[in-house]
Design a protein around this ligand. Structure first.
Ligand code: NAG
Ligand code: NAG
Length: 497
C-alpha cells in the first residue's frame, strides 16, 4: 500500500498532468492514442478510485531503473515536460513506450532536482555558518583599535574588581563566544535587565584570534557597575597547565569526521539518501559543529575552580528579564538546570526526545537509554559546579565520545548536545520554560508575543539574528541591544534592518 501511494504521488500525479495536457492539445482521437487514454484515466485517478490505471504503467514504474547520467542524459530523454509532450504528440507511442519514456524523464528530472536540492541545502548551510563581512569588519576595526589605542587594552576587569571574579556572593554568568557583536548583545541585555547589575559578573571566554577585538569592545563599552571579564582559552590556568582532553578529543573527532564513511565524495555520491540527509552529513564534517566554544562547557568546573554555581549562556540568546532568581531555584542535588524540549505550545520546536538525537538502532544506545525520554536544551543552563565536581559527568562525556568514534560515529552525528544528553543523564533539574524560549532561528512561526514575554529567547537554528536570513519580525528583539549610532557599528555598516 505504501509503495502504491508512493508511486501514485511521485509518478502518476505527474502522469495525469501530462495526460491531461496532451489531451488538451490534441483534442479527441480514437482510443488507441495516448490522448484518449488520458481522457479515460484522468478523471478516475483524480476521483476516488485510482485502481483503473493500466497494469502496464505499474509494471514499468516498478521495474528497477538504471540511473541516468546527469551530464549526458542521452539523446532519447526529453529534458522537460514540454519536450516530452511534443514528442508524444508527434510519435503517438503505445502505453508501455509512453510509460518507459515518462519514467526515464521523471528519473532524470528527479536526479537533477536532487542535485539542485543538495546544493540549496548546502547554500543555506554556508549562509548560516559563514561570517558576514560586517562582522569581519567589526573584528578588524576592533583589533586595529586594540593595537593603536591603550584605552582599548584595559585589563578586564580592572584590578580592584578582580576579587569579585571568585566571590560566590555574586551572580556568575559564563559566555563562550568568538562573535563580538553577539557577545555584546548578550552582555547588554543581561546587564540592562538586571535588578542588581552591581552583583553581576560576566565571564566571557573567547579564542586567541578574537581576544583583542573582544577586549577592545568591552574596554570601550564598559557595562558598569557589572563586572565583565574577557579571557582567551589559552589564558586559563587549567588549559595552560598541559594535557587538555577537550583539544585532543576535538582533533580525533575532526579526523573521524573528515573520513566519515568515505568522506564527502562518498556522501554526495550516495543515491539512496534524501538531499537534506546528505546536506546534514556534509554539515557534520564542518568545523562549525566541532568548535571549541561548543565543547568547552564540559570543563566549567576546571575552568572556574573557585565558583560554586554559574549560569552558562550561548551567544545567540537575548536576556529580557532579571536572571538573579535562577540562583533561588532548588537544584535538588542535580547539576544542570535546563528547560525540557518535548512539550509546549510550539509543536515544531518542542518535540525533542532522546530518539531525536541518539541512534536507538544501536544496542549501546538502546540498552542504556529510553527513546521517549524528554530532551533538554543547552543555551541557558544553571550549572551547580559543586555537585558537578562530585559526579563523573565529564568522564562519562569523554567515554561516550570515544565509543562514538569507535563505532564510526553511529551513536550520534551532530553537535555537542547528544553527548551532553548522555553525560548529564540523571543530573538534570527541569526549570520553567519561561527561562529559555527556543527556536527563534529555526522557524518563522514563533509567536512574537510569546517571544516578548519570555525571560530568555534563543535564536537557535540557522537564522541567526546577525545574518541576512534572520526572520525580520524577530530580529528587533535582538537588535534593540545594539547601539546603531556607535562608531564601530556604524563604520562597519551594521544596520537596524
Ligand atoms: C545506527 O546504528 C545502526 C546499528 O549499529 C547502524 O547500522 C546505523 O548505520 C546507525 N545509523 C546512523 C545514522 O548512523
Ligand atoms: C507555519 O505556519 C504556516 C501557516 O499557519 C504553516 O503552513 C506552516 O506549516 C508553519 N510552519 C511550521 C514550520 O510550523
Amino acid at each position: 500500500m505504501v509503495l502504491y501511494s508512493l508511486l501514485f504521488f511521485t509518478f502518476l500525479l505527474r502522469f495525469v498532468f501530462v495526460m491531461t495536457a496532451v489531451e488538451t492539445i490534441d483534442g479527441q482521437r480514437k482510443c488507441s492514442s495516448i490522448g484518449c487514454l488520458g481522457k479515460r484515466l484522468a478523471p478516475k485517478i483524480l476521483g476516488t478510485s485510482p485502481s483503473s490505471v493500466p497494469e502496464v504503467l505499474y509494471e514499468v514504474f516498478e521495474e528497477p531503473s538504471s540511473l541516468v547520467n546527469e551530464k549526458n542524459p542521452g539523446p532519447d530523454i526529453p529534458q522537460s515536460l514540454e519536450d516530452f509532450m511534443t514528442e508524444v504528440r508527434e510519435t503517438r507511442p503505445d502505453a508501455r513506450t509512453f510509460a518507459l519514456k515518462l519514467k526515464t524523464m521523471v528519473n532524470y528530472l528527479e536526479q537533477r532536482t536532487r542535485t539542485a536540492k543538495i546544493q540549496e541545502y548546502l547554500y543555506r548551510h554556508v549562509a548560516s555558518s559563514s561570517i558576514p563581512k560586517q562582522l569581519y569588519c567589526l573584528t578588524l576595526r576592533l583589533a586595529n583599535e586594540h593595537s593603536m589605542n591603550s584605552a582599548a587594552r584595559m585589563q578586564l576587569p580592572n584590578p580592584e574588581q578582580v576579587p569579585y571574579l571568585v566571590d560566590n556572593s555574586f551572580f556568575h554568568f559564563v559566555l563562550a563566544s568568538d562573535n563580538v557583536l553577539a557577545a555584546s548583545v548578550v552582555a547588554n541585555s543581561l546587564v540592562r535587565n538586571s535588578l542588581h547589575p552591581e552583583r553581576v559578573v560576566l565571564h566571557i571566554i573567547t579564542d586567541k584570534k578574537t581576544f583583542a577585538p573582544m577586549q577592545g569592545w568591552f574596554s570601550l563599552h564598559p557595562l558598569t557597575p557589572a563586572v565583565i571579564e574577557v579571557k582567551a582559552l589559552h589564558q586559563f590556568e587549567w588549559i595552560s597547565k598541559g594535557k587538555v582532553p577537550v583539544l585532543e578529543a576535538m582533533e580525533k573527532d575532526q579526523m573521524a569526521r573528515s573520513q566519515f564513511r568515505g568522506g564527502s565524495q562518498a556522501i554526495v555520491a550516495s543515491d539512496s539518501e534524501r538531499p537534506n540527509v546528505i546536506a546534514a552529513k556534509l554539515q557534520a564534517m564542518s568545523p562549525k559543529y566541532n568548535s571549541i566554544m561548543n565543547h568547552i562547557r564540559i570543563h566549567l568546573p576546571e575552568l572556574f575552580p573557585s565558583l560554586n554555581k554559574v549560569v552558562f549562556l550561548d551567544d545567540d540568546i537575548v536576556i529580557q528579564t532579571d536572571l538573579s532568581p535562577l540562583w533561588d531555584i532548588d537544584m535538588d542535588g542535580k547539576v544542570n538546570g535546563a528547560v525540557q524540549t518535548c512539550s509546549g505550545d510550539d509543536k515544531f520546536v518542542m518535540s525533542k526526545k532522546l530518539k531525536n538525537y541518539l541512534n536507538f538502532s544501536h544496542p549501546l544506545i538502546a540498552n542504556n537509554f529510553h527513546p521517549e525520554e524528554c530532551a533538554w536544551a543547552y543555551g541557558m543552563n544553571i550549572f551547580d559546579l559543586e555537585a558537578w565536581r562530585k559526579s563523573d559527568i565529564t568522564q562519562t562525556y569523554y567515554h561516550w565520545l570515544q565509543l562514538n568514534l569507535k563505532s564510526d560515529l553511529s551513536l550520534w552525528q551532530l553537535g555537542t548536545l547528544p553527548p551532553g544528553l548522555i553525560a548529564f543523564h540523571g543530573h538534570v533539574q527541569v526549570i520553567d520554560p519561561f527561562w529559555h524560549m527556543l527556536g527563534l532561528g529555526y522557524q518563522e512561526n514563533t509567536s512574537l508575543e510569546d517571544a516578548e514575554n519570555a525571560g530568555v529567547i534563543h535564536f537557535n537554528g540557522r537564522a541567526k539574528p546577525w545574518l541576512d536570513i534572520a526572520f525580520p519580525q524577530l530580529r528587533p528583539l535582538w537588535a534593540k541591544y545594539i547601539d546603531f549610532s556607535d562608531k564601530f557599528i556604524k563604520g562597519c555598516h551594521i544596520r537596524d534592518s
